[in-house]
Design a protein around this ligand. Structure first.
Ligand SMILES: Cc1cc2nc3c(=O)[nH]c(=O)nc-3n(C[C@H](O)[C@H](O)[C@H](O)COP(=O)(O)OP(=O)(O)OC[C@H]3O[C@@H](n4cnc5c(N)ncnc54)[C@H](O)[C@@H]3O)c2cc1C
Ligand SMILES: *[C@@H]1O[C@H](CO)[C@@H](O)[C@H](O)[C@H]1NC(C)=O
Length: 422
């Protein structure tokens, strides 16, 4: 067997990495082993929107053809019968650049297929049980293959990207996970959004509700519910909550489909919204990326954009290296990854975590004030709404918040947490 250079554990990002390494290193015969627990298309409610910035990263990776998707140009925010349209600032880009929405499972499988089609990527179904560590250096992984056999894969570099529930991150970072809310998802059919290229976000008490297309016939609905009040799905309380408290707030043209979707058996899905600041513990022989390393609230749909941006940075750092055998030297060299990723990750993370507070503010009169201010701010249009929708391009909203609205902003005390969220 040819020498294995890199073992990648799992995920959307992992199959991408498999592709990327092959593409740039095929001449020196580098082998990449990708171990993924489940090669079937996952049925998830997370990772269905790729921001325009994430789409640009796919282009940098040469993988833009791997999505077939709905084009999204921005969002319409609704509150108390009024609305404001927020477009992504795309004028400077070619017409195909936009947000993209899709079934996460379809996207995932297309990327995996692409990776697996390359001759020195070995995509294997298996579950990684632990990292193989010797004297503080990661030498590979212990994993169970599809038939349940325990195996060991050795490599000078192991890239761990096994997502938000990672069982492998403990020795590679200082994980401090916060779960402020849960997202509840259903799929609506037989209805249309007011504007098919715009998502709709309804700022309502008790929960903000988000709608966006994921195919030409399906609209995803996500409801964000604070952790303290999440009803149980299994005993029917969730359906009751959605029907009595959320349904009256949804757009009239979506109402019937919304009720139908809640009543459909086994249709309601939930997912924790996890927040975890990037706190690396650089370890020779391994690097952690994706949600395993850093998480922000899901409401702005920025996770894959951060992860894809990290893949591009890591690719560029690894590209000139031809020898990975000195694990300590490589580890030292890769420390610049944490600095290079900051402009993108901090911007998206901070904005996501602030916006989830703003969007969830409706049930508290003081916070409601903040939400109104935010909408008025967006109504100013131009640079003001662009700053927010650009997310990955600009931190102008935050900047303006800090300059203009400091007293309000500090009332949600994000100033103290700002630093930690990066
Ligand atoms: C409610 C919600 C909505 C979201 N919506 C969006 C959105 O619209 N847009 C967006 O960009 N981001 C969104 N996100 C975030 C996004 O889902 C993540 O940032 C992204 O999926 C991270 O990619 P990843 O490859 O790190 O992890 P994942 O996509 O979670 O992949 C991890 C993979 O690892 C595999 N795995 C796990 N453990 C093992 C193991 N031990 N061995 C082998 N394989 C293993 C799993 O099978 C899985 O395939 C959302 C998050 C939430 C919670
Ligand atoms: C799992 O590994 C064992 C031992 O190497 C091998 O015999 C078996 O075929 C493998 N199973 C799969 C599904 O690859």
């Amino acid at each position: 067997m040819a020498e294995q250079y890199i073992v990648v554990v799992a995920g959307v990002i992992a199959s991408l990495l498999g592709f990327v390494f092959l593409y740039y290193n095929s001449l020196d015969g580098r082998q990449v082993l990708v171990i993924e627990r489940n090669l079937n298309a996952p049925n998830r409610i997370a990772g269905e929107n790729l921001l325009p910035g994430g789409y640009l990263k796919l282009i940098e990776l040469g993988l833009q053809d791997e999505i077939d998707a709905q084009r999204i140009l921005g969002y319409i925010l609704y509150k108390d019968g009024k609305n404001v349209l927020v477009s992504f600032p795309l004028e400077k880009f070619q017409p195909h650049v936009a947000g993209r929405n899709f079934h996460n499972g379809h996207f995932f499988q297309k990327l995996q297929k692409k990776a697996a089609s390359l001759h020195n990527v070995n995509l294997e179904q298996g579950t990684v049980i632990s990292l193989l560590e010797e004297n503080g250096i990661v030498k590979g992984v212990h994993y169970k293959n599809k038939s349940g056999q325990m195996l060991t894969a050795y490599a000078p570099l192991t890239i761990v990207c096994n997502g938000c529930f990672s069982n492998l991150r403990r020795s590679l970072c200082y994980p401090k996970v916060d779960i402020p809310s849960y997202t509840v998802g259903v799929i609506l059919t037989n209805c249309k959004l007011p504007n098919e290229n715009y998502g709709a976000l309804i700022l309502a008490d008790p929960s903000p509700v988000l709608f966006y297309p994921i195919s030409s016939t399906e609209i995803r609905c996500l409801v964000n519910i604070p952790s303290e009040i999440v009803p149980s799905v299994s005993n029917g309380e969730m359906a009751h909550f959605l029907k009595t408290l959320v349904a009256p707030k949804v757009l009239p043209e979506l109402y019937n489909s919304f009720i139908f979707a809640i009543e459909k058996k086994d249709n309601i899905r939930t997912m924790p919204n996890k927040i975890m600041a990037a706190a690396p513990h650089p370890t020779p022989g391994a690097i952690l990326i994706g949600d395993a390393f850093n998480m922000r609230h899901g409401i702005t749909g920025g996770g894959m954009t951060v992860a894809l941006s990290d893949v591009v940075i890591l690719r560029d750092l690894l590209r000139p290296l031809h020898d990975l055998s000195d694990a300590s030297a490589i580890c030292k060299y890769l420390e610049s990854f944490y600095t290079l990723r900051k402009p993108m990750s901090s911007t998206i993370n901070i904005l996501a975590n602030v916006l989830q507070k703003v969007f969830s503010a409706s049930s508290n009169p003081a916070m409601e004030n903040l939400q109104q201010t935010f909408l008025e701010y967006l109504r100013l249009g131009g640079v003001f709404s662009y700053g927010i929708s650009a997310i990955k391009l600009s931190i102008s909203f935050l900047f303006h918040c800090i300059i203009w609205r400091w007293p309000i902003v500090t009332s949600i005390s994000f100033s103290q947490t700002l630093v930690g969220w990066g």
